[in-house]
Write a protein that binds this ligand. Sequence first.
Ligand SMILES: Cc1ncc(COP(=O)(O)O)c(C=O)c1O
Length: 395
Amino acid sequence: MSKLALLGGDPVRTKLWPPWPDGREQDASAVQEVVASGQWWHHGGSQVAQFEQEFAEYHGAAHAVATSSGTTALATALLALGLEAGEEVVVPAYTFQATATAVLLARGIPVFADVQADTLNLDAEAAARSITPRTRAIIPVHFAGLPADLERLLPVAATQGALVLEDACQAHGAVYRGRKVGAIGAAGGFSFQASKNLCAGEGGAVLTDDPEVAARAQAIRDCGRVPGQTCDDSHILGYNFRMTEMQGALLRSRLPLLEAETELRWRHGRWLTEKLASLPGLTPLDPSPRPADRRAYHLYAMRYRSESLGGLPRDRFMQALAAEGVPCRPGYEAPLYRDPAFRQGSFRAADSPAAEELCREVVWLFHSLLLGGDEDVADIVRACDKVVGCHRDLL
Ligand SMILES: Cc1ncc(COP(=O)(O)O)c(C=O)c1O
């Protein structure tokens, strides 16, 4: 095998990866039209309202309510579902911090529970151990675009009359047992921040089938304005969590791409798993799909087992992979309950050995690496194969 690029050899790949976001001319024109129209917020324009309708339809949900971010979408959903101040919400210990800060924003108390070691998703047994009569909701995250085990989590929530709010911020277009995620629990929250599989720089949305939850969410994100009433008639405590018309137009321009891009990531992601599964030291966090599932692959995540590669540290492995032309990231440094922001509060956190271990072992690849041709994905396999094959040179 040829010399590792990190040690002066030729890299497997020097070609650039598909850019993300990949702004196109029609995206620019869509925004430009709104700019020229002078209708920049959704009370004057129609882009946000039309996007809400199209996004709800795409996910098979009755209602979508657009917001300023994924964080505000989750907080709006919790408030619209009736979360009272001081009630508890079970969240995974391994997730982006916003899953938990959204709970705080909605005046609730996050309770951290462990994830499954082979999926990074909330573990139903851990959630069952964390739920109490004070629990109003459980937030499973469809982490990295892999649908969470809702068939087991929904009954866990029901034991205490709690609701399930899906955090689908990484899972646009993912399918769980034939249904798009985000529209299966009582509500779902999405993010359109720049890295996301559907993006507008920033933005978010709540999905729900319940018209009353949708109406409350509309008021909460719009300074308490009840749709159809004037500002003075507003009776709901609300905030400015609104999306701009420019974001609405950009999202409308990009939504028609989502299906084909999701299919491409799905095909490439599964192929990658098939090829990487036989390499020592790497375990794709990509279990066989349940029937009628489709993963969104916002991230391609794998576990790096240093003990299988002579103790080569994960950082050194990632440096070598990056030098071969495959950029990668280590994921979260620590479970959320060890984040200084959460350590200051007295939050309940059950032991989360899986989350602790995953923080030490996970390696992420960004979804745009799956958006090229078959040869591009083959480069990922060649690079992993080369670094694994030559790992002794790095010891
Ligand atoms: C799992 C998860 N939840 C919530 C969020 C929050 O979304 P935003 O950054 O749009 O507020 C993100 C993304 O950033 C996320 O990945």
